[in-house]
Write a protein that binds this ligand. Structure first.
Ligand SMILES: NC(=O)c1ccc[n+]([C@@H]2O[C@H](COP(=O)([O-])OP(=O)(O)OC[C@H]3O[C@@H](n4cnc5c(N)ncnc54)[C@H](O)[C@@H]3O)[C@@H](O)[C@H]2O)c1
Length: 265
């Protein structure tokens, strides 16, 4: 028996990287899944693969920056499974630029997905959760937002809008935890440097700005990690499963860092 047996989990940004690892982990814990992503082909492939392993998974094409698409995703989840026990509010984007070169378009693109959409997804799912009965843990639902260590103090000169957006996710986590208590627990996860498509993009964009070889920026970033290895998406998925599961029923309003010790606070 898994820690999420029979629970319904909605995961955004589930077509790859951290979201896909969460989907796979939640499935092995017995959850029924709704997987949303902008990339329809890939999210359907992930849902199909998970379905073949015996779990119930519905893939949905969604642009989380669009209110009507968020509402349609919530409706489809409830039509299929009757409720939403866990929201993994995970879709996110990054772009690398020196601070003085950041354009208005860059700022709007990052904040639109990473902060505005995170808010409206949690609002739509929060409404649904308040409308449903409590589960066996005494809660009507759990919301987990994917923030980042970039949202913690420290300063990120090469991705200031991204860092601002992730600080916003941490702040929204606190506000939502206070607003939805005592019925819904709301927490955030702050990953460090995870080996996904997103870091490949950071490495390429940063490398181009500074005329460095492919892989140089990544190697420099992972060298000081105290636990001595790059972070895998599964490291984040395991903590997400914990925060969604019975042992975390008394945790709310926290931003949990999972980064191998890069940030110690
Ligand atoms: N990779 C890292 O080092 C790292 C570190 C800290 C936090 N994070 C955060 O973790 C989350 C997942 O990142 P990842 O590394 O798996 O990245 P990724 O690029 O592999 O996956 C992100 C997914 O989000 C989807 N997406 C983007 N915009 C969307 C939109 N408007 N609507 C729906 N889906 C959309 C993409 O299609 C993609 O499948 C993000 O929020 C990211 O900021 C990543």
């Amino acid at each position: 028996m898994g820690s999420l047996d029979g629970k319904v989990a909605l995961i955004t940004g589930a077509a790859g990287g951290i979201g896909q690892a969460m989907a796979q982990r939640f499935a092995t814990e017995g959850a029924r899944l709704v997987l949303g992503d902008l990339d329809e082909a890939r999210v359907q492939a992930v849902a199909g693969e998970i379905g073949q392993s015996g779990a119930d998974a519905l893939g949905i094409a969604v642009d989380v920056t669009r209110g009507e698409q968020i509402r349609a995703m919530v409706r489809s989840s409830v039509d299929r499974f009757g409720r939403i026990d866990v929201l993994m509010n995970n879709a996110g984007v990054v772009r690398v630029s020196r601070l003085l070169d950041v354009t208005e378009e860059h700022w709007d693109f990052i904040l639109n997905v990473n902060a505005r959409a995170v808010f409206f997804v949690l609002q739509a799912v929060g409404r649904q959760m308040l409308d449903q009965q409590s589960g066996s843990d005494g809660l009507r639902g759990r919301i987990i937002n994917t923030a980042s260590i970039a949202g913690k103090p420290g300063g990120r000169p090469m991705f200031a809008p991204y860092a601002a957006s992730k600080a916003a996710v941490i702040s929204l986590t606190h506000s939502a935890a206070a607003a939805l208590a005592p019925h819904v627990a709301v927490n955030a996860i702050c990953p460090g440097a995870v080996e996904t498509q997103m870091w490949e993009q950071i490495d390429a964009e940063w490398g181009e700005l500074e005329g460095r070889q492919k892989g140089d920026v990544w190697r420099e970033r992972i060298a000081p990690i105290p636990l001595g290895r790059p972070q895998r998406a599964e490291d984040v998925a395991g903590v997400a499963a914990f925060l969604a599961g019975p042992d975390a029923a008394y945790i709310t309003g926290q931003a949990v860092t999972v980064d191998g010790g890069l940030v110690m606070s």
